[in-house]
Design a binder for this molecule. Structure first.
Ligand SMILES: Cc1cc2nc3c(=O)[nH]c(=O)nc-3n(C[C@H](O)[C@H](O)[C@H](O)COP(=O)(O)OP(=O)(O)OC[C@H]3O[C@@H](n4cnc5c(N)ncnc54)[C@H](O)[C@@H]3O)c2cc1C
Length: 329
């Protein structure tokens, strides 16, 4: 039984761990307090916000087969949102999402999927891997648990990394072949504005795609299926605006996004009881071409993650599947 270390318990890491656990001794290291990665949920009193991935679709039969049991077990459900498209403040189209092309969300919140997939796995939460080194044919990991003093985390035969691109390259600075394969996959930033209201804001939609504005997405997060949350609105900035404003103070980001929300929907977010913004430095990226993962069988090093394919939940699954196939081969 090989000892396998996986860095990151987002969807890619969890899919890898579940694919390998029968034949190997697998340990996942995750710096956050929970599994799921960017399929994340933020809590604030009675308010809950899926501030990363908003929903996911299943384009491939393999991903459909993977999602089906999650739906059957109640960890995911299709969101039959009243969907609107905006060009600036003009609503240009509306329709209801239905089961012909389902838009899935985690239930009762997006992070429920990571939680369900982590069950039965050895996930070391709040454990940041700071460095990896290869000594005498083994991978040694160093890092800190719960923000404590860094120390050894273990020695493994195989190392699989699923952190976002920049963090992966920082952990593996000497890996030339990886750097070459990953060249050009530039991840983009995003901001998530989270607003909690006493009563649902009257916008006439549950989810909206916005063009010709500095925000690209506005949703009534609390309208997703199975939510217990008080009324919440979740807004994403465009990647373009976020990239140009990565170092802007969060107060100014908040004010700008509130202005855009008011311009598009008429809702004055200053009336919200709760208002917060989250900076995603590495949120997503457009469709990529080339390999879907990296694997060096001789040295027991693999790298997977959405960024090989596209900034989508299904892409993380696809990349992890490609790495599992490479390992099996
Ligand atoms: C704002 C936003 C909106 C999005 N909207 C959508 C959407 O609507 N639909 C869609 O399909 N996708 C969306 N996505 C993209 C989707 O969330 C991702 O494609 C997918 O979740 C990526 O999964 P992953 O496992 O590849 O990476 P991640 O989920 O990022 O997992 C990587 C994990 O590695 C951990 N990690 C990193 N470094 C270390 C370290 N040194 N030590 C230990 N752990 C470490 C991280 O904490 C993280 O949990 C969105 C993402 C964001 C941020």
């Amino acid at each position: 039984m090989a000892r396998v270390a996986i860095i990151g318990a987002g969807l890619a890491g969890l899919v890898l761990a579940r694919g390998l656990r029968d034949a190997h001794e697998v340990v996942l290291f995750e710096k956050s307090r929970g599994a799921g990665g960017r399929m994340a949920t933020r809590y604030a009193g009675d308010y809950e916000f899926d501030h990363g991935a908003q929903f996911f679709t299943t384009r491939t039969p393999a991903f459909r087969r993977f999602v089906e049991p999650l739906v059957a077990a109640g960890h995911a459900a299709a969101w039959h949102a009243r969907f609107a498209e905006f060009s600036g403040s003009e609503m240009t189209a509306t329709r209801r999402w239905d089961d012909d092309y389902p838009h899935y969300v985690g239930v009762p919140r997006m992070n429920a999927i990571g939680r369900a997939l982590a069950e039965g796995l050895d996930v070391r939460l709040q454990t940041t891997v700071n460095a990896v080194s290869r000594d005498a044919g083994d991978w040694s990991l160093t890092g800190s648990r719960g923000g404590g003093t860094p120390g050894p985390l273990g020695v493994f035969d195989q190392l699989l990394v699923t952190a976002p691109l920049t963090q992966t390259l920082a952990l593996l600075p000497e890996e030339r072949a990886l750097a070459e394969a990953a060249a050009g996959h530039d991840m983009l930033g995003c901001y998530a504005l989270m607003l909690g209201f006493a009563s649902p804001p009257a916008v006439g939609f549950d989810a909206a795609l916005v063009r010709d504005a500095d925000v690209s997405w506005i949703s009534i997060n609390s309208s997703k299926p199975g939510r217990n949350s008080a009324p919440t609105m979740l807004v994403h900035a465009t990647n373009r605006w976020a990239e140009a404003n990565m170092d802007t103070p969060l107060e100014s980001v908040t004010e700008h996004m509130l202005g855009e929300v008011q311009r598009v929907t008429g809702v004055d977010g200053h009336t919200a009881e709760h208002c917060d913004v989250h900076r995603w430095r590495f949120a997503n990226l457009p469709k990529q071409s080339g390999p879907r993962c990296f694997y060096d069988a001789e040295r027991g090093l693999g790298v997977a993650g959405d960024w090989w394919v596209r900034g989508r939940v299904e892409a993380a699954f696809t990349s992890a599947g490609a790495l599992l196939a490479a390992i099996a081969a």
